[in-house]
Design a protein around this ligand. Structure first.
Ligand code: 218
Length: 185
């Protein structure tokens, strides 16, 4: 298989993996971390931003196919299921310094660059959810709480929880099987 095709197939596989993990937990709770963020950041660091953004887009689109879209408005869906999920691929911007560090067995630099990649990807994604929260989800706020504070607390907690989850996972993967996971043959 050509290198290109290999990366495309992997983009679809990692998006599917992310989508499966999005079913944990199987009830609606906007505070819970996004488990699917783990394979998506791993893939973006493995293949770079172009394929990472594509995989994020596929992950977002799968929500439509599987009926997992929470629809309040067209622009809200565009922000939360296209822009937000595509943003996860931004982690791939760090794939060159990250891969150089893995190749030279510089675990410390690899972990630092993977942390920056995660911070960027998860940060940008949850910024979109925060924005959508302020504009569209304000009526769900508890009585007396402003839409801004409600969105900041909900998406701040979910974003931080996601970030912690991704950071711990990357630390384990980078220190255990980095070459096999992050360096394509
Ligand atoms: C305050 C608030 N509540 C709910 C949402 C919707 N939201 C939050 C996080 C992630 C996702 C994508 C599906 O996992 C959605 C739709 C919000 N933005 N703000």
């Amino acid at each position: 298989m050509s290198k290109n095709l290999n990366a495309l197939v992997e983009a679809a596989i990692f998006a599917a993996l992310a989508m499966v993990l999005s079913f944990i937990p199987d009830f609606v709770n906007w505070f819970t971390p996004s488990f699917g963020a783990v394979p998506l950041v791993v893939f973006a660091l493995r293949r770079g931003p172009k394929y990472g953004l594509l995989s994020g887009l596929l992950w977002g689109l799968m929500h439509f196919v599987l009926g997992k879209v929470y629809y309040l408005a067209f622009s809200q869906v565009l922000i939360e299921y296209i822009l937000a999920f595509v943003s996860m691929g931004l982690a791939g911007i760090f794939h060159k310094p990250f891969q150089t560090a893995i190749r030279s067995k510089d675990t410390k630099t690899a972990i630092i660059t993977s942390f920056l990649a995660s911070l960027l990807a998860v940060g940008v994604r949850y910024f979109w959810h925060f924005l959508a929260g302020v504009i569209f989800w304000g009526s769900y706020a508890p009585k007396g709480m402003s839409a801004l504070w409600y969105s900041l607390s909900v998406n701040g907690i979910a974003g931080l929880a996601t970030l912690v989850l991704v950071l711990i996972s990357l630390m384990l993967l980078v220190s255990a099987h980095a070459n096999r996971i992050f360096l394509p043959k």
